[in-house]
Design a protein around this ligand. Structure first.
Ligand code: FAD
Length: 374
């Protein structure tokens, strides 16, 4: 991102604190709706988890509680790409959610039944039907569901495209500008940063794993913890598979890009020290991640890893995000802690943007109310 927008107005309708996928998408929606918006990022916008994740948009891997939000997320990524002309690398490939032992098959059946009840169309596949559909799946894969909505997008392309779109829509997007304090000033808020003081009517906390820290500036304490997820990218190889693949136990996500490289993830934990910002990979766990990947798509065993990395993401005790008004505040909002936060980022942002404009959000947010932890 370039370092534009280093000077800001003294007043705005909305201050967005945290410039990842949620914050920048919120800034975009609000600016398009005619609101004046200043989005702050402590480093470079979209450079943290939002810029370094796997880009998996696997709706069938989502819990039923977030299915509506996951579906809206995919629709918005597709709209960004196909209607708004933003190059976000969106591809709807369809995907398999696989099971590799009896316990996983039982889990997959249970999962599929719940998702089907919630309106998701899935195909149950095993034995020959599965081999016919996906001959590249390994013998260890015992059953799978196929969902044609599963997709992926490119975190890198999306960052450039959505930040540029937010700026074009009129939002100020600030780099290297951490928010240091937020105080109430009558019916407004005063946001303090190196760019000076900003008086605004509403504040949006979208600071990813730092959201708890920012919420505390508003005297709200939320139980937000931090995971250190790891990813591996391979060298380019021959075309091995053409779908998004995830494991029902949450231990694998896989995709192959047009240039032949494969992205291998699945939530394996690295050795992060959030307080110091240190994000180290754990090689034993990466090896297990790799072994799982090669048992699901054996062709991967012939490829070499080019790079592995780790990044921080916020999590909550009930594994559901906090989205909505901060307890005790009429005009301070938060969205953080979603598992699949890239997938659902634009949907969370749209929900906040609608609330800030005094409209009904496009989703029922009751389960995600931050007040459940108050
Ligand atoms: C390795 C990895 C792989 C992942 N894979 C996937 C995937 O395949 N699919 C998926 O859906 N999700 C995935 N995720 C999760 C996803 O990346 C995150 O949930 C999502 O990007 C979070 O977006 P965000 O906007 O909430 O926060 P972030 O992207 O964390 O952005 C928060 C921003 O707030 C800024 N900030 C913090 N404090 C301040 C402050 N005081 N003032 C100003 N700015 C501040 C930070 O600099 C940062 O840029 C993955 C995560 C990781 C780490």
């Amino acid at each position: 991102m370039d370092g534009r927008d280093s000077t800001i107005p003294r007043d705005a309708d909305v201050a967005v604190i945290g410039g990842g996928v949620v914050g920048i998408s919120a800034a975009l929606f609000l600016a398009r709706a005619g609101r004046s918006v200043v989005a702050f990022d402590r480093t470079e916008p979209w450079s943290d988890a939002s810029g370094s994740n796997a880009g998996t948009l696997s709706i069938q891997a989502m819990r039923v509680e977030v299915l509506a939000m996951a579906r809206l997320g995919i629709a918005l990524w597709q709209r960004f790409q196909e209607e708004d002309g933003m190059e976000v690398g969106f591809h709807r490939l369809g995907g398999f959610l696989v099971a590799t032992n009896d316990a996983h098959i039982a889990h997959l059946r249970d999962y599929a039944a719940k998702q089907a009840q919630s309106g998701l169309e899935l195909e149950w596949l095993e034995a020959n039907a599965m081999r016919d559909r996906a001959p590249w799946l390994g013998r260890d894969v015992r059953a799978a569901t196929f969902c044609n909505e599963d997709s992926h997008a490119s975190p890198l392309l999306a960052g450039n495209a959505v930040v540029a779109a937010a700026r074009r829509a009129g939002a100020y997007v600030l780099s290297q500008t951490p928010v240091e304090a937020v105080t109430r000033a009558g019916a407004s808020y005063l946001v303090k940063s190196a760019a000076g003081g900003l008086r605004c009517r509403a504040v949006v906390v979208t600071a990813g794993p730092w959201s708890g820290e920012v919420a505390r500036m508003l005297d709200v304490s939320l139980p937000l913890y931090v995971d250190t997820n790891m990813l591996t990218i391979t060298e380019p190889g021959p075309k091995l598979f053409d779908r998004v693949v995830s494991h029902v136990a949450g231990i694998l996500t896989l995709k192959q890009y047009e240039n032949g490289t494969c992205m291998i993830g699945g939530g394996w934990q690295g050795r992060g020290v959030f307080a110091t910002g240190q994000r180290k990979t754990d090689y034993d766990r990466l090896r297990q991640n790799w072994a799982t990947a090669a048992s699901v798509v054996p062709g991967l065993a012939d490829l070499r890893a080019v790079r592995s990395w780790a990044g921080f993401q916020a999590v909550t005790p009930d594994a559901l995000p906090v989205i909505g008004r901060l307890p005790g505040h009429e005009q301070a909002y938060i969205a953080a802690g979603a598992r699949g936060g890239f997938h659902m980022g634009p949907a969370q942002a749209l929900a906040l943007s609608e609330m800030i404009q005094g409209r009904e959000p496009p989703l029922d947010l009751t389960r995600f109310d931050p007040g459940r932890f108050a």
